[in-house]
Ligand binder design. Sequence first.
Ligand code: FES
Length: 162
Amino acid sequence: MSEAVTKTTELDEYKGQIEAIVNQYSARKGALIAVLYETQNLIGFLPREVIHFIADRMHISVKEVYGIVTFYNFFTMKPRGKYPVAVCLGTACYVRGGRLVLDTIKKSLGIQEGDTTEDRKFSLELLRCLGACGLAPVMTIGKEVYGRLTPAKVKAILETYS
Ligand code: FES
């Protein structure tokens, strides 16, 4: 016997709240960016169907919304992990082993930069100088900053989040 599996999407889950955000901002100038910003804060990213929904509700072309989402680095169409990991590859971090730190994380989590683990626990991105060069090489996990990293230290830190 086969069972129909209905997957709840982000749009199903947050539709009412996105509607409220659109209603709150739609009369204002620059509303689209504000709506996208609030929606991403709500969901954590901007799924394709949510972009279409916002375009429809705001009477804006989907192309225009994609234009904004892809123009600003802040916006992402990929889900971020519960623990967003960011590795600094600024000059100081790079010369003190930032690349090795990055490779260790990629291997440990099984993802590339810009990706999120399947269980949505970790995502990985790159940074250009956090302003903590004295601690190089540096990574952040959420708001925590970890410095003077070695591969062994990185593995131990990641384990504390598992
Ligand atoms: S280069 Fe990494 S913190 Fe400055």
